[in-house]
Ligand binder design. Structure first.
Ligand SMILES: Nc1ncnc2c1ncn2[C@@H]1O[C@H](COP(=O)(O)OP(=O)(O)OP(=O)(O)O)[C@@H](O)[C@H]1O
Ligand SMILES: [Mg+2]
Length: 400
């Protein structure tokens, strides 16, 4: 289900946006529009769906329109054209009272500079959104305590923001946003002011919380590694336009254009792509009950030196060609006693980890799902090509 949908949003900043809508639709460049009219093209024809329970990352360089886009979601900014639906409701149709309620209840924001109230304690800061909503003191304090515990700040309730480190202040900001029970969190560069180690910790914490909470999170970042780590999906903006939108894998495996490719250059691909992306195209499998002659025939016909053998959906082992020949010579009824163990990795294993496994294991390696059922066999060449696409000289999606 889509929590947020935007349809064909345009935003032109300046005194007479309507006059320049035609030019914006006709594709005038951002620079040309500014020069000609003094108006800034904030967003051009953006359509985007954000699924409930997902972390949707919005990426792009400074000035590309990220903040402008998410401020449309709670109507802090009104579009020059286009439609914004939240839970199917057109936010432009909300009356002032409804809008106020909508902002208080549906969404909370977390900012880069924490935005804490300096003269209030940590506890009061976290309870603030509830105060605004008229929640009783005892209840809001109980909830504030709960969320402070969730972000690891129990014991700091009566401190003031200036007494906390940046990372701790950001945790307070996060606790405050979570405490309102808003279904949607808008996080604008929320972790960008933190040093790398703390930032990584906050990412882990957000992922751990999200695993329980299932909020809908729109997360703005400049940082591609952060985007790939957090995002179920990622939207990349450039000069107010949406250049590409998709899962991290979509974007890594088939970048829409040179701009995205340049963006992706320094990514740690081995962490984003996993074993499921590097399967052998068509895998021959046999069952345990296969007769040795038939197994050998199949191996010879395809020129294979081994074949994977399944027991139901489970991986039973691997039959090497020499063992198939031996089974035939010995007149075995089936191949079940002639199997060797087959190494396996879970589908979710990152390719960097997989690569390490392959280096110390010359034998074929199977890939299994969460339940331990067989999915396929790893392709060594694919692993290498996916991790180092430039080395192969071919775009990864064309890999054999
Ligand atoms: N209130 C405003 N009036 C005029 N122009 C604006 C206004 N707000 C944003 N802009 C312009 O719209 C464009 C997009 O700005 P926006 O703040 O959305 O970028 P951003 O991607 O969030 O950048 P950053 O990463 O620096 O926060 C920029 O060219 C900016 O100058
Ligand atoms: Mg911004």
């Amino acid at each position: 289900m889509n929590k947020i949908e935007v349809h064909n949003i345009y935003k032109i900043f300046g005194p007479h946006p309507d006059r320049w809508m035609g030019a914006a639709r006709d594709g005038v460049s951002k620079d040309a529009l500014l020069e000609r009219s003094g108006h800034t093209l904030g967003l051009r024809n953006i359509s985007l769906s954000i699924e409930a329970g997902h972390i949707h990352v919005i990426m792009g360089l400074s000035g590309s329109g990220k903040s402008t886009l998410i401020r449309h979601f709670n109507r802090l900014i009104e579009p020059s054209a286009g439609q914004i639906l939240v839970d199917g409701v057109d936010v432009m149709g909300l009356k002032p009272r409804e809008l106020e309620k909508f902002r208080q209840q549906k969404m909370s924001m977390v900012f880069q500079r924490f935005g804490l109230l300096p003269h209030r304690t940590v506890l009061d800061n976290v309870a603030y959104g509830l105060t605004v909503r008229g929640v009783r003191r005892s209840e809001r304090e109980a909830r504030a305590h709960h969320w402070l515990e969730q972000v690891g700040l129990t014991g700091f309730e009566s401190q003031y923001p200036y007494q906390l480190s940046g990372g701790m202040q950001q945790r307070v900001g996060l606790a405050r946003a979570l405490a309102t029970d808003a279904e949607i969190l808008l996080m604008d560069e929320a972790f960008s002011a933190l040093d790398p180690l703390i930032r990584h910790e906050m990412q882990d914490q957000l992922l751990a919380l999200q695993a329980q909470l299932n909020r809908t999170i729109v997360f703005i970042t400049h940082d591609l590694d952060e985007a790939l780590r957090l995002g179920n999906r990622i939207a990349i903006l450039k000069d107010g336009e949406l250049v590409q939108e998709g899962t991290p894998e979509d974007i890594l495996l088939s970048p829409a254009n040179d701009y995205i490719e340049a963006f992706l250059q320094d990514v740690n691909r081995g962490k984003v792509l996993n074993a499921s992306h590097a399967l052998v195209e068509r895998t021959l499998t046999l069952t345990m009950r296969t007769q040795p002659v038939h197994a050998l025939e199949r191996l010879v016909a395809r020129g294979y030196s081994y074949v994977t053998v399944l027991d139901g959906k489970r991986l039973a082992g691997v039959l090497m060609r020499a063992d198939a020949q031996r089974a035939v010579r010995e007149g075995a009824r089936d191949i079940s006693r002639h199997l060797s163990d087959m190494a396996s990795v879970p589908a979710s294993a990152g390719l960097d980890e997989v690569l390490a496994r392959l280096l110390c294991n010359p034998e074929p390696v199977a890939v299994t799902d969460d339940q331990g059922d067989f999915i396929g066999v790893l392709s060594r060449s694919k692993v290498v090509e996916l991790v180092t696409p430039s080395a192969s000289g071919e775009p990864p999606q064309q890999a054999a």
